[in-house]
Ligand binder design. Structure first.
Ligand code: FAD
Ligand code: NAI
Length: 468
């Protein structure tokens, strides 16, 4: 048996790559997965989804103990923060999960290779580690190298005072004043973490609203609620310079449309203006893999690049940069390689911002429907009318359902509210099955649950909610 030849070599062990590798092995392909990190799981497990959610959860507990337990009749003494312990817990969660991928690789007989990979030619991958090169050959190569932080021209990230999300997950002190550049997913999630732990947080956003890809009504509600929590926003504003002095960091900002500049002093700046695909230094130019001007790898419906035997999935190809999207693509790609006819419904990929309240969405936004000239009916239901939300004392937000005006088919659902990220799964499933708003309205929802707000929003599409 040739130990350096595989049916499939996957480059990148993030949620796209490691899931693809495991599924390929399940389907009988001799599979290797290469990553330059010492730990498996990619951005998601090491410096993304998992550590950020651990910090969001811990900081929520800290804020709850400080501000909300008393209203439930729970009296606590002086609440103090032990940041070292909070970070150590997050590190343990990450360590356990990344090791878990190693276990899954062993269980499924995926060969795990550590080192930096490049494609030397079609069917050949060279891996560099500790100054040595090793060559592997493969019938098929799957690129799952993910993405990295979009740099802000002229601003150098040192991960201590001028940080990316990676630094924002590992600060050793709570900054007095944190300025976040970019009011998207990372800015609002990590901004929430540090505000809860005691920072003053100012978000500088170029556009005239935060989370610009979400439904407009949800974006506005999110803005209002985060402002109420104490976050400050400077919309329609661009950063033109960031300078570190011995004692502070100074940002120069000006209106996005041009005008007078002003300066903001702070202790730490988080740059979170998006992510770019990791497609450089992979040898793609040598083999002629087609990319757009931003390095996004172009693929066909089977995730095949323009070169036979080379495939790509996840953050490195077009579409939302989300872990579950990468996973679905990984599975679909290798199942098609194995002769199955797997399909992905890109209209039913949910997205969630894990702030409090959470914002979750699936399908088209109201703005997208208007722009496309699609006639729709709309049902809104506020959580203030939901008995479980009232019992929990967590009534902010609403569920909004958009259904086709003619057929009643669900076109989009947008939720801002308690546990929205969990609730959206019902709607993603409904959309996968081509459900109508009436299907949701006539489905029995357990009482008292937050999901009853979904049923009520569906009833509201016909103008007949019961509890409002
Ligand atoms: P990645 O996870 O980026 O993995 C790519 C891997 O390829 C990396 O481990 C890298 O080391 C490796 N690699 C790159 N080049 C090479 C090479 N030449 N040789 C060998 N290895 C290489 N998404 C969600 O859905 N939910 C969330 O809650 C969420 N939270 C996030 C929070 C933060 C702070 C960040 C930064 C991202 C978050 N994301 C979230 C996005 C999510 O992490 C990505 O969409 C997801 O990780 C993409 O998966 P991937 O497999 O395409 O790539
Ligand atoms: P983002 O794309 O979510 O948000 C970037 C924000 O920065 C936008 O609002 C944009 O208008 C703004 N912006 C761009 N250039 C700017 C500038 N020069 N000055 C001021 N504002 C500017 O990107 P973010 O937050 O960096 O996250 C990257 C990606 O990671 C997300 O798009 C998402 O795909 C993924 N992610 C997902 C999470 C989740 O699913 N909960 C959590 C964190 C990240």
């Amino acid at each position: 048996m040739n130990d350096s030849h595989f049916d499939l070599v996957v480059i990148g062990a993030g949620p796209g790559g490691y899931v693809a590798a495991i599924r390929a092995a399940q389907l009988g392909l001799k599979t290797a997965c290469i990553d330059k990190r010492d730990t498996l799981g990619g951005t998601c497990l090491n410096v993304g989804c998992i550590p950020s959610k651990a910090l969001l959860h811990s900081s929520e507990k800290f804020e709850e103990a400080q501000e909300h337990l008393a209203e439930h009749g729970v009296k606590v003494g002086k609440v103090e923060l032990n940041l070292d312990a909070l970070m150590a817990r997050k590190d343990r969660v990450v360590e356990d999960l990344t090791k878990g991928i190693g276990f899954l690789f062993k269980k499924n007989k995926v060969t795990s290779i550590t080192g930096s990979a490049r494609i030397a030619k079609k069917g050949e991958v060279v891996v560099s580690a500790a100054g040595k090169d090793a060559t592997y050959t493969a019938d098929n190569i799957l690129i799952a190298t993910g993405s990295e932080v979009t740099p802000l021209p002229g601003v150098e990230i040192d991960e201590e005072r001028i940080i990316s999300s990676t630094g924002g997950l590992a600060l050793t002190r709570v900054p007095k004043h944190l300025v976040v550049i970019g009011g998207g997913y990372i800015g609002l999630e990590l901004g929430s973490v540090w505000r809860r732990l005691g920072s003053k947080v100012t978000v500088v956003e170029f556009l005239d609203g935060i989370v610009p890809n979400m439904d407009g009504e949800v974006g506005k509600a999110m803005h209002k609620t985060l402002e109420k929590q104490g976050m400050e926003f400077k919309l329609r504003t661009k950063v033109t310079a960031v300078k570190s002095t011995k004692t502070k960091v100074v940002l120069t900002v000006e209106p996005a449309a041009g005008g007078d500049t002003e300066t903001i002093d702070c202790n730490v700046v988080l740059v979170s203006i998006g992510r770019i695909p990791s497609s450089a230094n992979l040898g793609l130019e040598n083999v002629g893999v087609e990319m757009d001007g931003d390095g996004v790898i172009q693929v066909d419906g089977n995730f095949k690049t323009n070169i036979d035997g080379i495939y790509a999935i996840g953050d490195v190809i077009p579409g939302p940069m989300l872990a579950h999207k990468a996973e679905e693509e990984g599975v679909a790609c290798v199942e098609r390689l194995a002769g199955q006819a797997t399909n992905i419904n890109y209209d039913a990929i949910p997205s969630v911002v894990y702030t409090r309240p959470e914002a979750a969405s699936v399908g088209k936004t109201e703005e997208q429907l208007k722009n496309a000239g699609i006639a729709y009916n709309k049902g809104n239901f506020p959580f203030i009318g939901n008995s479980r939300a009232r019992a929990n004392g967590d009534t902010e937000g609403f569920v909004k359902i958009l259904a086709d005006a003619e057929t009643d088919e669900l076109l989009g659902v947008h939720i801002i509210g308690p546990d929205a990220g969990t609730m959206i799964a019902e709607l993603a499933l409904a959309m996968e099955f081509g459900a109508s708003s009436e299907d949701i309205a006539r489905t029995c929802h357990a009482h008292p649950t937050l999901n009853e707000a979904v049923k009520e929003a569906a009833l509201a599409v016909e103008g007949a909610p019961i509890h409002i």
